[in-house]
Design a protein around this ligand. Structure first.
Ligand code: NOJ
Length: 739
């Protein structure tokens, strides 16, 4: 009898699982059938209309807007989607026009909701520092809830481009330099935006962008070509896109960039063969802003007609803003240059998403939450989440025991205009965020230290980049100075040749230390790794505070006062000098690996080869000891789980959280591999004196890498494994993988 019950339960489970599968299959078939029936009714012009996207002329996120009458174009069925429509009333107006078109096909509305819609959260690179995937899902969920209330169906996020070069301003928008971690972040954020399925009207479609290798822009210059090996493409840049598909991302965006001789928007092997072929992606691909028309500037197309042909054949389903499709595809089909099956496939993909969103049933189903928008305030729950996200994103880079600040500290000088700036805390890509929603640093600090005298001193003029007169500083017990980038200094089209913090800002830190002799705490704002070697020796503590969004002031104060013990780790390397860029921890060994005392090794003669702060680095107010990892066996077969254990102990005075990182090295491989590769991490919270054992489990798949045929394989042999709290602070063990 005992064994019958579990069996019965098992049978019932199988029955329901099958029933659910059949049900979802039926829904899918049903949509497919309905989409096909609509396509049969459509004229060629109407089909191409679905592949056309315009931007609302009231908001611009690209260079040129055409002067067509959008409402009229929509009424004629010549538009499938609008971007940058930010109000429900405007969205309704457009949708009403679509309902006047012959087949009443609804529009889909998209926008860049990158790190929040109304509630601005930390920029993605900052959030990636938290190594808290659940948190990233939660903030994306809120962004989706707010965006959908504004009548939006679709965000152009997450950006899953791996970025190894901090000169590229868009590093702020991604998860940093590591591919393995980038895959996890991609999944977490897609899950947050899209929820379980699109029938939930508080979720929106996500978009994995920019396909592909946009982040490999030569010399870190935005829009520049990516000239990388096939192996690097597969190993480093493509996996996060694949991961987004595993998380069922609805759409992709093609990149602006040229990839190894073919512009990404015309890249047939990439979109048609790999994405839609081998990877079986069933969503649709939108171009980047005018990237179809820009094929002419790449000089692979002589005119807009050529451009439309190349992009559509390559697999780009929707033309964002260049009008190349709507002006030329009809002719191209009529002349036989583009087969109608290409058009039908694109339209089917786009209409399927509109069906799945429920827009055919009710085109206005995302337009009935205006009441939520009437409240001018940020929802308290969202604020709490933003505060938590901010605190978890702050990386403690240096601490000569001056932090946390005790509430007994009497006189604090808070120096620098960034301390009162609201706008600069939002960072780039702010959605519908407003400066007035922001808690600036000064307000946050005053609220957390009510018993201290906090004196704000401007000290610096951002417009002229010069220091201002300072008062007598010795009367202060502690000096906090905020330097770094303003919100306009990282993001799209914000590449820099020099990522150093302005020398006058750095001199200010030196002057503060020399004049006061008091502890100087430096807060650094910014959207990318910055270089600040000149001021570093004069700082007693340094916190990388990025751009943290609406709760910036509170999150920073939580960390300064120890209300939150910092736990973040750098997801991207901070160089010592701009000339080190691109710099990343997982570089190859080279034939002459760097050695401090051998000049004929891979190094510079005018600067250290090592970074200022390594990938995975980040301090806490407490200290942790992580023991040398142990394995129960020295050899593992391909089908065995590989178990690695280590003991983590809190050896300091405060309760704290450590992110224990696991890296591997394939000692000998047929294709060269990085010196080390992140393959696991775990966060563990411990009280002072407490210790816990943690275990990592790997399978042979986790050890694999791409061969020259672009196949993911795992070769037998010795693997080294490293455990520690930063990519440059590791203890090692090794084992052999045997066939
Ligand atoms: C250009 C950017 O590259 C892309 O990421 C963004 O989604 C579009 N503009 C639309 O704003």
């Amino acid at each position: 009898m005992q064994s019958v019950i579990p069996r019965l339960t098992f049978l019932v489970f199988i029955f329901f699982t099958k029933a659910l599968l059949i049900q979802s299959q039926t829904i899918h078939n049903n949509i497919s059938y309905q989409v096909d029936s609509i396509i049969r009714l459509m004229t060629l012009e109407e089909k191409i209309g679905q592949m056309n996207q315009y931007s609302n002329d009231r908001k611009n996120t690209g260079p040129v807007i055409n002067n067509l009458n959008h409402l009229e174009e929509i009424r004629k069925g010549r538009v499938g989607s609008m971007l940058n429509v930010t109000s429900v009333s405007r969205a309704k107006q457009y949708q009403e026009e679509a309902m006047k078109s012959r087949l009443r096909i609804p529009l889909i509305f998209g926008m860049d909701v990158v790190h929040g819609m109304k509630t601005t959260f930390p920029i993605p690179l900052a959030e990636a520092s938290s190594f808290d995937l659940e948190l990233m899902t939660k903030t994306a969920e809120v962004a989706a809830a707010e965006a959908s209330a504004h009548g939006l169906h679709w965000t152009f996020a997450p950006m899953v481009d791996i970025s190894r070069d901090a000169r590229w301003g868009r590093v702020m928008e991604g998860a940093g330099e590591d591919t393995w971690y980038g895959c996890l972040v991609a999944k977490a954020r897609v899950k947050g935006f899209q929820g379980k399925d699109y029938t939930d009207k508080r979720t929106i479609l996500a978009c994995a962008k920019h396909f592909a290798a946009y982040g490999a822009a030569i010399a870190g210059k935005d829009y520049a070509e990516a000239d990388i090996s096939e192996n690097t493409l597969h190993q480093v840049y493509l996996p996060p896109f694949r991961a987004a598909i595993e998380a069922k991302v609805a759409t992709f965006m093609s990149g602006f960039n040229d990839l190894n001789g073919i512009p990404a928007t015309a890249h047939r092997p990439l979109m048609r063969d790999l994405l839609k072929g081998k990877w079986d992606f069933d969503g649709f691909v939108v171009s980047d802003w005018e990237s179809v028309g820009e094929l002419q500037n790449h000089r692979v197309a002589q005119n807009a007609k050529d451009a439309a042909k190349l992009a559509s054949l390559a697999g780009c389903d929707m033309d964002m803003c260049s009008s190349s499709y709507i002006s030329n595809l009809e002719h191209l089909v009529n002349t036989g240059d583009v087969d109608i099956s290409i058009i039908d496939d694109a339209v089917k993909r786009i209409l399927t998403k509109k069906f799945e969103l429920g827009l055919f049933k009710d085109p206005f189903c995302y337009n009935n939450r205006e009441a939520e928008l009437k409240n001018e305030k940020i929802n308290n729950r969202y604020r709490t989440l933003a505060r938590e996200a901010g605190a978890k994103s702050i990386v403690l880079l240096k601490n000569n025991s001056v932090l946390p600040i005790s509430d007994k500290v009497k006189n604090i000088a808070l120096i620098g205009p960034l301390n009162t700036s609201k706008w600069d805390m939002l960072g780039n890509w702010v959605g519908m965020g407003k400066a007035e929603y922001v808690i600036p640093i000064l307000d946050g600090l005053k609220a957390s230290l009510p018993k201290s005298n906090i004196t704000y001193i401007e000290g610096y003029d951002h417009k002229t980049n010069t220091t201002k007169e300072l008062p007598y500083l010795s009367e202060f017990d502690i000096i906090i100075v905020t330097i770094g980038e303003k919100a306009t200094e990282s993001g799209e089209a914000k590449s820099k040749v020099d990522i150093s913090i302005d020398q006058n800002q750095q001199s200010l830190v030196k002057k503060l230390k020399e004049d006061s002799g008091k502890p100087v705490i430096v807060l650094i704002t910014g959207g990318r790794p910055l270089v600040f070697s000149a001021m570093e020796p004069y700082a007693d503590a340094i916190l990388m505070t990025w751009w943290l969004g609406v709760e910036a002031g509170n999150s920073i104060s939580d960390v300064l006062t120890g209300q939150y013990n910092p736990s973040a780790k750098l997801p991207i390397t901070f160089p010592k000098h701009s000339g080190q860029c691109p710099i990343y921890y997982n570089h190859k060994s080279t034939g002459r690996p760097w050695s401090a005392d051998n000049q004929y090794t891979s190094r510079y003669i005018d600067e250290d080869v090592r970074p200022a702060y390594a990938f995975g680095y980040g301090l806490s107010y407490t200290t942790f000891e992580i023991t040398t990892p142990v394995m129960s066996k020295k050899q593992y077969g391909y089908n065995e789980n590989i178990r690695i254990k280590t003991l983590v102990k809190n050896t300091g005075k405060y309760k704290g959280k450590e992110t224990v990182q696991l890296y591997l090295q394939d000692v000998v491989s047929s294709v060269t591999r990085p010196v080390i590769e992140l393959c696991g991490f775990q966060q563990i919270e411990l009280k002072p004196g407490e210790e816990k054992q943690i275990e990592f489990v790997l399978t042979n798949k986790d050890l694999g890498s791409f061969n020259l045929k672009n196949e993911l394989i795992t070769e037998p042999g010795i693997f080294k494994l490293f455990v520690g709290n930063s990519s440059d602070n590791l203890k090692q063990t090794e084992f052999e993988l045997i066939e």
